[in-house]
Design a binder for this molecule. Structure first.
Ligand SMILES: [Zn+2]
Ligand SMILES: [Zn+2]
Length: 428
């Protein structure tokens, strides 16, 4: 048997998945976001340029696509293509490539992303994200509104309450240059007390030491300098403003000085929505500001921007704990037409066709079994009613309608069936 690829999953019931998509689409429309879609494959360079080669995503987790070529076109260039590991860089690329002029550009997109990570609970190699981006929005008040928008969605629309908003401020590039020096001096003092990985991070991507999973490292970093304590006057003002605005909007957050986010392009505000119901993988939504990215990817002008992504699988894991609280769409009542023999099958198909045209959900049992086993089958399917068509019914243009809950049977003219069942559906 050929099995699915490691780290992927088959969705056999999309009710909750579609519910999330529908609710977030509606919610984001209230904030004037419109939906877009970008390709699943992109040039690898898009991510090496935006995320940075020193990040795990780019250095270890990319799904690279090898193109075999058809051997007929000698001028065929070798294309370095990958499966997208995230969707901010592709959306920024789309903004630049399509020459978008209307700013701020407020868009969202959802779909699968790909990262070659060790699979575990809530973490897949193919996973789905909803990405929301505002390109061309410099005001720091946008950050507060953005975080509020997400908080309202999780708290009010999805009725979640077991999560925390973690917040940090990474300053401008100049702040980070200075801070990295300070951090390096701090690490120099620690010497070899930190793990080998952190020693490597010190040279390659020093801010990422805070993501170290080793507890001895984490203990040492409790005394590390905080970037938010090392901001230029403008950034400091913005950091104060975003906190004040969140407080005024009644959005509670936790300042987490070690939150740096894994990706290179973030600046200023960064945040995560974390749930204790997810174990180690506790963030189900994360994002921040990326003021330099548009220019970095070839945009003509600087476009201060911000965005976030929601991990759909992780959100589903949380929601499954209290699914009864959610107003998930109910399945329509099922009506099962039961023709007793081949002679009644054509009539059964016609009757079902008429019923569906009136919006009823209908299954026809065409396997031609005994009455008893067909009724058992209808029951198993969860039928509300069975519509039995035998030779008597065929001759008299009637149908026997059996209520599968009460067991009550009623024979009526075929033309009255739709009216009867529609009225019944309205009552229940
Ligand atoms: Zn600054
Ligand atoms: Zn470490």
């Amino acid at each position: 048997m050929i099995k699915r690829v490691k780290g992927t999953q088959d969705f056999l019931d999309l009710t909750l998945f579609n519910f999330i998509i529908e609710k977030i689409s509606h919610h984001l429309a209230l904030y004037r976001f419109s939906q877009i879609a970008t390709p699943i494959i992109e040039h690898t360079e898009l991510f090496t340029r935006s995320l940075g080669t020193a990040t795990d995503v780019v250095s270890k987790e990319m799904f690279l696509i090898e193109h075999r070529g058809d051997g007929q076109h000698e001028d065929q260039e070798i294309e370095h293509i990958c499966l997208r590991p995230e969707n901010t860089a592709p959306i920024v690329r789309a903004f630049i490539e399509n020459g978008i002029q209307t700013i701020p550009w407020k868009v969202f997109a959802w779909g699968p992303m790909f990262r070659y990570e060790r699979p575990q609970k809530g973490r897949y190699r193919q996973f789905n994200q909803i990405s929301m981006e505002i390109i061309g929005a410099a005001s720091i008040a946008e950050d507060a509104q953005f975080i509020m928008m997400l908080d309202r969605f999780f708290h009010e629309t999805l009725q979640m309450n077991n999560y925390a908003i973690l917040l940090n401020f990474l300053g401008c590039p100049q702040d980070r240059v200075k801070f990295k020096e300070k951090l390096r001096a701090f690490l120099d003092k620690l010497g070899t007390a930190v793990c080998a990985n952190c020693m490597e991070r010190k040279d390659k991507n020093i801010m990422r030491i805070f993501d170290c999973k080793i507890s001895t490292c984490q203990e040492l970093y409790q005394n590390a300098p905080h970037i938010a304590d090392n901001l230029c006057p403008t950034c400091e003002q913005e950091w104060n403003a975003v906190q004040l605005q969140l407080q005024m909007l009644s959005v509670s957050y936790v300042y987490k000085p070690t939150l740096v986010r894994g990706l290179d392009y973030y600046s200023k505000t960064v945040f995560e929505f974390a749930s204790n119901q997810l174990g180690a993988q506790n963030a189900f939504c994360a994002g921040g500001r990326y003021d330099g990215l548009v220019k970095e990817l070839g945009g003509a002008e600087d476009q201060p921007s911000l965005g976030a992504a929601i991990g759909i699988e992780r959100l589903m894991l949380i929601l499954e704990n209290y699914i009864s609280r959610l107003a998930l769409p109910q399945k329509q009542a099922l009506q099962v037409v039961v023709p007793m023999g081949t002679a009644e099958q054509s009539l059964a198909l016609i009757l079902a066709d008429v019923m569906r045209a009136s919006g009823l959900c209908v299954e026809v049992l065409l396997e031609g079994d005994s009455m008893k086993s067909m009724m058992r089958k209808a029951n198993k399917l969860g039928a509300a009613h069975c519509l039995i068509l035998g030779s008597d019914e065929l001759a008299s243009k009637t149908v026997t309608v059996k209520n599968m809950v009460t067991g009550e049977e009623k024979r009526m003219p075929q033309v009255e069936v739709v009216g009867f069942l529609s009225a019944f559906a309205k009552v229940t």
